[in-house]
Design a binder for this molecule. Structure first.
Ligand code: MTE
Ligand code: MO
Length: 201
């Protein structure tokens, strides 16, 4: 399996680094959900990519697992202030899904949506280049339902609200369209290193 190691601005040999205004959650992994955790089995889970693409497509659990395995080992940062060092997610790189559907040249953004209705917007450039995953394992075990299992989006270089739990799909667009938190005052992109917490930051 291909593992990308995060190098989120961490100076070599000095141990983990925190983005501005963040603290180390250590062994804690807080659960942050706007919704009630859904009962969603792998057999019921699907992932769809449509919008401005050549071939819109839906993958079920088995089909998604036939794509090349890929994962992320590194840090995650929540806008409420906690960061977690050295987490390990595995699944499939979003590049593998996007290679199949082939976004149009005019595509610039995406809205990720969950099986529960949660939405979040991202520039397409933040979802490509081996920086975003559909993940179903955490630390080598099935992802817990409260953390987005059976599968969630993981975009670790942005604040973790972009990493939609219970991911259902991506709509590819030629413009930016605010999702749930972004419509409620949060930043359109959410880069923790530039402390893009709220719109206007
Ligand atoms: N579907 C869904 N995904 C979501 C959220 C949510 O409320 N619903 N919260 C976001 C926020 S604010 C964060 S910090 C992370 C939290 O993930 P965790 O609960 O696994 O720590 O999920 C993100 N993805
Ligand atoms: Mo968050």
């Amino acid at each position: 399996m291909h593992i990308t190691r995060g190098f989120t601005g961490r100076p070599r040999g000095t141990g983990p680094a925190l983005p501005p205004g963040q603290y180390d959650a250590r062994n804690n992994w807080p659960v942050l959900s706007a919704e009630v955790t859904p009962e969603l089995s792998p057999a019921e889970w699907t992932f769809r990519v449509d919008g401005l693409v050549e071939e819109p497509r839906t993958w079920d659990w088995e089909e998604a697992h036939r794509l090349p395995a890929s994962g992320y080992e590194g840090d995650i940062h929540c806008v409420t202030g906690w960061s977690k060092f050295g987490v390990r997610f595995s699944g499939v790189s979003l590049d593998a899904f996007l290679d199949v559907v082939r976004p149009h040249g005019s595509a610039t953004h995406a809205v990720a949506y969950a099986h529960t209705g949660y939405t979040t917007n991202l520039p397409l450039a933040d979802l490509t280049g081996g920086r975003a995953w559909i993940a179903w394992e955490y630390d080598g075990r099935p992802l817990a339902p409260e953390h987005g299992g059976p599968a969630r989006l993981v975009v670790p270089h942005l604040y973790f609200w972009k990493s939609a739990k219970w991911i259902a799909g991506l709509r590819i667009l030629d413009h930016d369209e605010p999702g749930f938190w972004e419509s409620n005052g949060y930043h359109a992109r959410g880069n923790p290193w530039e402390e893009q917490r709220y719109s206007g930051d």
